[in-house]
Design a protein around this ligand. Structure first.
Ligand code: IMP
Ligand code: MG
Length: 174
């Protein structure tokens, strides 16, 4: 059965905004190298598109955390499924997320990664649902789009592992 998907952010809008954020990051990190931490699996499309638009030296690492079950509701539990390969000592770390919802994932992650001695840690997200925030202390440094409280898919985001490959951001109509 195919779900009906309404386009919320067309491909051109997403690409243009990623380009803008890439420029901003390049300017902010001028004279430094940035260590991107891609949060799998949702952050992978955004990380690739963003990395291509950053002009300072970039290194990449990947982490997989699970905070959700198979549905659209948070379990409230954050588990490290795959840890980083590289140490973080002295690095300018930029966590790249697909979406910040309750903020539980990033609240937990930044605490864990801070213990590993990076020079600094910032957060970059493709999407933010500010109305859903439970962890108010999470400070997001770069946000491509703030969106209303709707369940979205595409550009890396899934619904039951489907639709990650859509080149735009859409809402699954129920
Ligand atoms: P948080 O811990 O509640 O901030 O949840 C963040 C994670 O929940 C994201 O990395 C996504 O994997 C997932 N998530 C939250 N909202 C959505 C959505 O609208 N579509 C797809 N995944 C979502
Ligand atoms: Mg995710």
């Amino acid at each position: 059965m195919e779900d009906k998907i309404r386009i919320l952010l067309p491909e051109d809008d997403v690409d243009a905004r990623v380009e803008e954020i890439g420029k901003q990051i390049s300017a902010d990190y001028a004279g430094k190298a940035v260590h991107l931490i891609c949060i799998l699996k949702g952050g992978v499309f955004f990380t690739c598109e963003l990395a291509k638009r950053i002009t300072v030296p970039v290194s990449l690492d990947f982490m997989c955390v699970s905070s959700y079950g198979a549905g659209t509701k948070s379990s409230g539990i954050v588990k490290i499924v795959k840890d980083l390969d590289e140490p973080l000592e002295g690095k300018h770390v930029l966590i790249v997320e697909d979406i910040i919802d309750s903020g539980r994932t990033l609240s937990y992650l930044t605490e864990v990664l801070k213990q590993r001695g990076p020079a600094d840690i910032k957060i970059c997200t493709l999407l933010d649902k500010p109305s859903r925030r439970v962890k108010k202390e999470v400070k997001v440094d770069y946000t491509c789009f703030s969106i209303p409280d709707e369940f979205v898919v595409g550009y890396g985001l899934d619904y039951d592992q489907k639709y990650r490959n859509l080149p735009y951001i859409g809402v699954v109509e129920v």
